[in-house]
Design a protein around this ligand. Sequence first.
Ligand SMILES: C[S@@+](CC[C@H](N)C(=O)[O-])C[C@H]1O[C@@H](n2cnc3c(N)ncnc32)[C@H](O)[C@@H]1O
Length: 278
Amino acid sequence: MFFILLKVFIDRDFADLLQFELAEIGFDSFWEESEGVFFTSIEEEKFDQEATQVILEKYKQLTKLEYQLEREPKQNWNKTWEENYEPVFIGENCVIRADFHALDKNFEYDIIINPKMSFGTGHHETTALCVEQLMNLDLEGKKVADIGCGTGILSIMALKKGAKEVIACDVEDWAVANAKENIQVNGFSLSKFYVFHGTAAQIQTCDFDVVLANINLNILLAEMPIYSQLLLKGGLLLLSGFYEHEIPQIVTEGGKLGLNLQKHLVKNNWTALLMKKY
Ligand SMILES: C[S@@+](CC[C@H](N)C(=O)[O-])C[C@H]1O[C@@H](n2cnc3c(N)ncnc32)[C@H](O)[C@@H]1O
């Protein structure tokens, strides 16, 4: 059986968006070679050349993009994927890795994410910053909402920190399926983790200790009133998916909703910001 292998060179900021669109037309198993270079593949029979070109040409208008399409037998690829997918280390105590990565020491927080189509492998700054913020929180016995859960990585970290229950949602079907799978791969039961296809607006209970949302500036600004409503007094809101220079917009919106800035972390101009409901 032959597969079509697509190698893309693109600005990191656009790589995730492009991957989402390619996934919609059947490309699978996205893996990074280095910053801004990723591979993906599709069975030859499922390959729609015209649809692929339309998407790639669209991104060419938006940013600098180069790509190579090759027809290959499949067997080489998992090897390439495994060779190129590196674990992510956060501080001294946390690693995010695939199950084929061996470790030479024990980590307090060892998160397994086998990347498929969903966002949230820890390689993106926003995910890494959210995990770092979570590492420093006391989540023992807390009820957590994870809006835009992707792989479920933030839910997994919350459960590792002792959260009693996580309600998660995502607008992509594959994220919902992938998050369920990853929760179990990381040793948690689905009785502590409920995930649905949809948005925060569909959550009926307003008794959360913590709400997590790593999405993008516009969606966050639009949905912050909902996140605030979900939170108990004294609850925490962790937001990411925007740049450091955009913090004032989030802080101003938070001010209107009774949310105070507690702490923000920054990496490569991206930020993850923690607010408290007073
Ligand atoms: C940047 S990814 C974050 C994934 C993961 N939480 C992380 O921190 O790596 C954003 C996710 O939010 C989802 N999403 C986008 N808009 C959404 C919305 N309004 N409500 C829920 N999920 C949304 C996307 O499908 C995507 O999986």
